[in-house]
Design a protein around this ligand. Sequence first.
Ligand SMILES: NC(=O)c1ccc[n+]([C@@H]2O[C@H](COP(=O)([O-])OP(=O)(O)OC[C@H]3O[C@@H](n4cnc5c(N)ncnc54)[C@H](OP(=O)(O)O)[C@@H]3O)[C@@H](O)[C@H]2O)c1
Length: 241
Amino acid sequence: MIVLGSNSEISQAFVEKMLDEGGKYATVYLFTSNRETTLKFAKHLDVKFLQQTEIVELDLLGDVDYARFDHISSDLVFCAAGYLGESTEEALFNPKNTAKIIDVNYAKLVPVLNFFAEKLERQRQGTMIVLSSVAGERGRQSNFIYGSAKAGLTAYLSGLRNYMFSRNVHILTVKPGFMDTKMTEGLPLNPKLTASPVQAADAIYKAYKRKKNVAYVLPVWAVIMLVIRNIPEFIFKKMKL
Ligand SMILES: NC(=O)c1ccc[n+]([C@@H]2O[C@H](COP(=O)([O-])OP(=O)(O)OC[C@H]3O[C@@H](n4cnc5c(N)ncnc54)[C@H](OP(=O)(O)O)[C@@H]3O)[C@@H](O)[C@H]2O)c1
């Protein structure tokens, strides 16, 4: 299994779920921009599951040397890499913050996903699971840069799914709503609309097994987004969302 964004609690819960369910992997490749923290998770997998891992350093904000990944392939690629960024009024217009959000969620991430997609295509089998966001469904004032990057990511995954269908490769787009993780630490989230990493891992596992194309983590978000997508623009632009 290949994991991009290994320090995400959702990644870690999903890897554990796969192993708990009896998944067998010669090696779990843990891609990370933070080797030290990932080492703890790798040790945990070794102790709990006797699972062999390889930590692969990947900082999406640096130059990516693809030659280092040539030896890595798997029929399951899971990606939870992402960056929310700050959404204060000043940060929303700050060019550095803007570029970082676009790079981590889309511009620098998609080439890496595409690199592994090509490997899946050559194998003529496998699954790529990528965490996008409900934020990509309609731009909102609170996070319009993040939302636009996730919209790009969702569109990429939709096109990739269409391309891969005849090549026996499945692409699963996951659209979490609010998640209780380090990304949203300190944010005032409605607990009824917020999922834990374990809930997310369970929902993603089910969607993977059912070969779903798009999955929300909590079903209520499908309803919320249906309403939000259908609000006429002349009303939507006046709303504080
Ligand atoms: N939390 C939410 O409410 C929420 C809602 C909707 C969608 N999502 C999406 O769900 C996914 C997982 O989110 P999360 O809540 O688990 O967030 P998180 O804890 O911040 O995890 C995101 C991971 O992305 C990786 N990453 C960040 N910057 C990177 C960089 N420069 N280079 C390489 N990797 C980088 C990091 O992994 P390493 O430290 O291992 O590099 C980080 O742990 C993200 O795509 C996020 O956008 C989250």
